[in-house]
Design a protein around this ligand. Structure first.
Ligand code: ADP
Ligand code: MG
Length: 405
């Protein structure tokens, strides 16, 4: 890695030299907002550089979309950061996390999204966190991603790289190591953790479907964590990529247009005051056909407000936070909304949206724990006959207990 002799600045070339007090000195780099902007730019660069390799890793034991997911996600983060110019490291990480959850149609979106959002929240209003504070914030992010995905070290997921990297950062802070040395250590620890996944059987995510056959292959998400750590390291000496763009009306219009997803489909609302139902599937066709079957079984009953969020916003297989938000809003009649998901990233995305503060889902939105088809039939019927949110959730519980032999 080559150190840039000139200190990084946020000024475009040709503008007057800033006050030296505001300028990070090579030997004493600071973790200010400009540093975190450079970190996003570096992450964006590295996931583009290694996107094909990440996708290849995911293709062997997953579904081959991990590189594309991260390229899309961090591209959106870089655009959001350039547009909104968050004022503190905490605000920047929070924006990055929310953007990842909202733009990546795979499990890694809510997983990385939750990690960064939680880290941002822990940093709060701090202008220049210390290494110790950064370690603690990422530690909190690690705890929340463990909680969200249920993975521990040894399950062959991104946690296997993130956990040792966080430990390395905190240990380095405790030992008062210089920043560059500390970050070098975090990169090495993440790399060793990612390498270790090769000998492990995947116990979470899609790779777990392969059981023992996942042994012998590295986890894609763990390799992405290595890139995030490499970017933390290279951001110390990287130059700021671009000057701040002016607040553009076009950008604001695009953001506004992205907000309500026009493709989410809601059944006509025939009367108000019932529990809304949202069916979330990786596949638009599955969501729609399950909705159709559960609707057909209602007979002559007045249909409940029901909307589907199927697939990604561009019609692919995956999960779209945007479609989920729009679907939930479209069925909200003030009596609560029951959200039923198929699996994996659908569940993670909904849980992550529910955990956001404030949540972009309607007040009294609940995730339903039930098999997709049986649950959809049960909750649709219960809402259609006028059951309240508790009754709808109880019907879902019943559907879960229904045995087939
Ligand atoms: P998807 O699995 O939905 O296709 P990606 O391919 O983008 O999403 O991300 C896959 C990565 O996400 C895996 O390599 C793994 O590191 C991580 N992952 C998946 N499920 C979990 C989980 N439950 N807990 C922690 N990490 C997970
Ligand atoms: Mg995948």
């Amino acid at each position: 890695m080559t150190a840039t002799p000139a200190a990084p600045t946020t000024q475009p070339a040709g503008t007057p030299v800033p006050d030296p007090a505001d300028t990070p000195v090579l030997d004493a780099p600071v973790l200010d907002t400009a540093y975190f902007r450079r970190w996003i730019a570096e992450t964006n660069r590295l996931v583009r550089r290694d996107g094909a390799r990440l996708t290849e890793l995911d293709a062997v034991i997953g579904d081959g979309d991990h590189g594309a997911n991260l390229v899309r996600g961090f591209g959106a983060v870089a655009a959001a950061v350039a547009e909104q110019r968050p004022a503190t490291p905490g605000a920047l990480l929070t924006l990055a996390g929310t953007t990842l959850t909202n733009t990546v149609g795979g499990a890694s979106g809510p997983l990385f999204g939750t990690t960064l959002r939680r880290a941002g929240k822990v940093l709060g209003e701090t202008g220049t966190p210390t290494l110790d504070e950064l370690g603690a914030a990422l530690g909190a992010g690690l705890r929340s991603v463990r909680k969200l995905g249920g993975a521990e070290v040894g399950d062959a997921t991104l946690v296997d790289a993130l956990a040792p990297a966080v430990t390395a950062l905190s240990d380095a802070a405790g030992a008062d190591l210089p920043l560059r040395e500390a970050l070098d250590g975090a990169v090495l620890a993440a790399r060793a953790g990612a390498d270790s996944t090769e000998g492990l059987e995947a116990r979470k995510g899609r790779a777990s479907y392969l059981g023992e056959r996942s042994v012998g292959h590295q986890d894609a998400g763990a390799n992405s964590v290595v890139l995030l750590m490499e970017a933390l390291r290279s951001a110390v000496d990287a130059a700021e990529a671009e000057p701040a763009p002016p607040e553009s009306a076009a950008g604001q219009a695009a953001a506004a247009a992205a907000e309500p997803a026009a493709t989410a489909e809601a059944a006509p609302k025939t009367r108000t005051g019932r529990v809304g139902i949202v069916l979330v599937s990786h596949s638009k066709a599955v969501a729609e056909s399950v909705a159709a079957l559960s609707g057909a079984l209602l007979g002559s009953l007045d249909p409940a407000p029901l909307a589907v969020a199927g697939g990604t916003a561009d019609g692919g297989i995956g999960t779209s936070a945007e479609l989920i938000r729009a679907a939930a809003r479209s069925v909200d009649e003030g009596q609560g909304v029951a959200v039923l998901c198929d699996m994996g990233s659908a569940v993670l995305t909904v849980k992550s949206l529910l955990a956001e503060e404030p949540s972009p889902l309607p007040q009294d939105a609940r995730i339903v724990d039930a098999p997709f088809l049986e649950g959809a039939v049960a909750i649709n019927l219960t809402s259609a006959i006028g059951g309240d949110l508790d009754a709808v959730l109880a019907a879902a519980e019943d559907a879960r207990g229904y045995r087939k032999r």
